[in-house]
Design a protein around this ligand. Structure first.
Ligand code: KIV
Ligand code: ZN
Length: 443
């Protein structure tokens, strides 16, 4: 399988401005099979879940939340199948979600029997609205629920999973709406039960369950925890941003800059309501900064096809990095700049003897080299009535091997413009060629 090449880090425009950027990738957890699946109109069949699980493993995710067995018997069956058929590679950790409710914990732990290693992810809602409106609980009762859940989880794991390496995770659900001191207090109380220490990492995961503020506010919350959590060296500080305000990617990135070490999300932003944070955008954003995300995105169209097939959700044509149109320019000025960019790269290629792929990517209007994610250059320039001579010249050269002199470019562009206005749509490379031949060759 082809691995992408990280971008060279030199001379990126971002580096010439002050401001911190990420210098390494966080740990990733995919919750496609849990948060992603629970939000689908039609939840995934076992076959689809397996196809998605295998994709996640193949491209490099090492932590995968595989279900919510107490909420769905199909999840229980799926997890049993993964374990009994030995489908989980040794370096991949599967985990399951469970609410802090005594009657659900035992059955959830049982779903993991026989696993080499497994994560158990306990949660309860901690914010004031949920405490008062949904559960009618005081702070103390809410804290006790978490502590009791942690105790029972540990006891069940010790009894039912003797040969399994268990990793504990706790999430104060609606963390972003919870009072800082109370969120910290609950997390410390859970840690008192699970006792993180040497060789015993605890994951504390902080969800923006419903995104309600600008991303800097979430990052400030994470920074505050980073400063105030005890036993910090044995805690993995994780975030779980949702995208209700459309800023989950920014929230995750700022949270990582503020101290988060791990990010939970879904491929293409699946998940409840407006989705979880999109792991592909996050990974490729790092890539554009010269940071290796540790995930193989070299065949994005295949990843997209499998996710679409498994979830039944289609990708928007403008979805960052993945959409059909994100590496296409329609307007004249953009096309002209792209044309000049390729001409310059071609000149550098000839001059230095390097290939385009080994050069620093300097093609205008294209944030990354589409070939790095398995896209061809075929769709870079699309001709409509808004296009100009630069784009037409680019296509005539790239698709038909004809380098048009400048005067001819200007003349031919007038003909193409007329064809585009007449048809009202796109002039495909084939129609462009036919137009060229009808005007200049056969006449
Ligand atoms: O969004 C959320 O709060 C969750 C938790 C259960 C982690 O999905
Ligand atoms: Zn969630």
């Amino acid at each position: 399988h082809r691995r992408y090449r990280p971008f060279p880090t030199v001379d990126l425009p971002q580096r010439s401005w002050p401001g911190r950027t990420q210098d390494r990738a966080p740990r990733w957890l995919s919750t496609d099979l849990r948060d992603g699946n629970q939000a689908l109109i039609e939840p995934m069949s076992p076959k689809r879940k397996l196809a998605l699980f295998e994709l996640l493993v193949e491209i490099g995710y090492k932590e995968i939340e595989v279900g919510f067995p107490s909420a769905d018997a199909a999840d229980h069956e799926f997890i049993r199948m993964l374990i009994e058929q030995d489908r989980v590679p040794e370096d991949v950790l599967i985990s399951v979600l469970v609410p802090a409710r005594a009657e659900l914990i035992r059955g959830t732990v049982e779903a993991l029997r026989g696993a080499r290693s497994a994560g158990i992810h306990l949660y309860n809602a901690t914010c004031p609205t949920f405490r008062s409106v949904v559960f009618g609980m005081s702070r103390a009762e809410c804290r006790a629920l978490a502590v009791e859940g942690a105790r029972l989880t540990a006891a069940c794991c010790q009894r039912l999973l003797p040969g399994t390496e268990v990793r504990y995770q706790y999430s104060p659900e609606l963390f972003n709406e919870t009072e800082a001191d109370f969120a910290l207090d609950v997390c410390e109380a859970v840690m008192d039960v699970w006792e993180p220490g040497e060789g015993r990492e605890i994951i504390l995961n902080f969800p923006a369950t419903v995104e309600r503020a600008t991303p800097n506010v979430f990052a400030d919350q994470i920074e505050w925890l980073e400063r105030n959590l005890s036993r910090r060296e044995h805690v993995c500080l994780s975030v779980h941003p949702h995208n209700d305000r459309g800023t989950a990617v920014a929230a995750a990135e700022l949270a990582v800059l503020a101290g988060a070490q791990r990010v939970e999300g879904c491929l293409l932003g699946g998940g409840e309501r407006a989705g979880n944070v999109d792991l592909i955008t996050l990974g490729l954003n790092l890539y554009t900064q010269g940071v290796d995300p540790g995930i193989d995105f070299s065949d994005l169209d295949r990843i997209r096809a499998i996710v679409e097939e498994c979830t039944g959700q289609r990708v928007h044509p403008r979805q960052p990095y993945v959409g059909d149109l994100v590496y296409s320019a329609f307007s004249g000025s953009h096309q002209d700049a792209i044309n000049k960019g390729f001409a310059d790269a071609g000149a550098r290629t000839l001059h230095t003897g390097t290939t385009l792929r080994n050069q620093q990517w300097r093609i205008p209007y294209l944030p990354i080299d589409p070939e790095d994610v398995g896209r061809s250059y075929d769709a870079l320039v699309r001709i409509t009535s808004q296009s100009g001579k630069g784009g037409i010249a680019y296509l005539m050269n790239a698709r038909h091997g004809l380098r048009l002199p400048r005067e001819l470019q200007i003349d031919f562009a007038r003909h193409v413009q007329a064809v585009a206005e007449q048809s009202g749509g796109e002039v495909t490379p084939e129609r462009l060629r036919a137009c060229f031949e009808s005007v200049y060759v056969r006449v």
